[in-house]
Design a protein around this ligand. Structure first.
Ligand SMILES: Cc1ncc(COP(=O)(O)O)c(C=O)c1O
Length: 309
């Protein structure tokens, strides 16, 4: 499944270069950071005596779709626990089913328990043959897989930018020790906790590499570009993404990478990056979510992502 993820120059603006690392090209469905995060869980699953792979996600989850696709590819049965019981069919869920994933819809309240040891123990007792991957592929093995993103770089960048949900991808890149400053663009509202999450992950996994304070100096979280919260979009964002596609031929996703790029351009215009800086943005995939978002926007008679033109 793993194919190279090239790095390409997108813009030069006020003597600042913006480059893109195309993790979206890794695989049509197991794309972006999904493959990075799944890789070591997959290896661990293969070493285990379990026969089925399961994970957790929302109704539009890229991670659920990627796990389902990887399972179908390697002929491993998969199960998905979905947040909420109100939406049982959309392009993501239909794709998961078509890949053979067995879906379980649980209440939002029950879903909140998904990381609690007691909840997981009950689930494991009920499904002893199942290997459970945490939501979004977070956790130490997901972080380990994301280190490769920056380890693959062969040129010098001053800034590394990535969209962040759980912060797993950012934590992995920080742990790779690629020397740069790191910017995480929060895809969710109220993401003050993202900084804490990232800091706790890196200082726990590599305590010998410095204090929390020294890690803190290496990255910061941008919290101004979530557009009202997870999965929320507005016409400015959609128009920006359509323009980006028209100019570059590259599709961004509306939940993560579109918002990150909007933020990068906004910061560029503000003069946040010094002239002469080289910025690398990670295209972390998520393109399977476009169809579902467009259906939602069409229903609301709003501007849609026009990637087919
Ligand atoms: C396409 C895409 N980009 C970025 C992220 C955020 O990654 P992380 O949760 O590791 O911060 C996700 C979610 O996992 C995603 O699906």
């Amino acid at each position: 499944l793993q194919i190279p993820s090239p790095v390409q120059l997108i813009w030069q603006h006020n003597q600042v270069e913006v480059w893109l690392k195309r993790d979206d090209l890794i695989h049509p469905q197991v794309s972006g950071n999904k493959w990075r995060k799944l890789k070591f869980y997959w290896q661990d699953f293969k070493k285990s005596n379990k026969s089925t792979l399961a994970t957790f996600g929302g109704a539009y989850s890229n991670h659920l779709a990627a796990t389902a696709a990887a399972g179908a590819h390697y002929k491993v049965p998969t199960m998905g626990w979905v947040r909420g019981q109100e939406l049982t069919s959309n392009p993501t869920l239909d794709f998961c089913r078509a890949q053979g994933m067995q879906l379980h819809f649980i209440s939002r309240q029950a879903y909140r328990q998904k990381d609690h040891p007691a909840f997981l123990k009950d689930l494991q007792n009920k499904y002893p043959h199942v290997y459970f991957i945490p939501e979004g592929g977070k956790g130490p093995l997901g972080i380990k897989g994301c280190q490769a993103i920056t380890q693959e770089l062969t040129q010098k960048f001053d800034w590394i930018c990535a969209s962040a949900g759980t912060g797993t991808t950012m934590a992995g890149m920080l742990l790779s020790q690629y020397p740069a400053r790191y910017l995480a663009f929060a895809a969710l509202k109220d993401q003050g906790f993202l900084e804490t999450n990232i800091l706790e992950s890196v200082s726990k996994l590599a305590p010998q590499r410095g204090s929390k304070k020294s890690w803190q100096q290496k990255f910061s979280v941008q919290t101004n570009y979530h557009f009202g919260g997870y999965g929320k979009v507005n016409a400015d964002l959609i128009t920006f993404m359509n323009r980006f596609f028209a100019e570059t031929g590259i599709k961004l996703d509306p939940i993560y990478t579109g918002k990150m790029f909007f933020g990068i351009v906004d910061l560029l215009n503000e003069g946040y990056f010094k002239p002469g800086s080289k910025i690398l943005a990670l295209h972390s995939g998520g393109l399977q979510g476009i169809e579902g978002m467009n259906l939602k926007l069409q229903k609301q008679r709003k501007t849609t992502l026009a990637y087919e033109a």
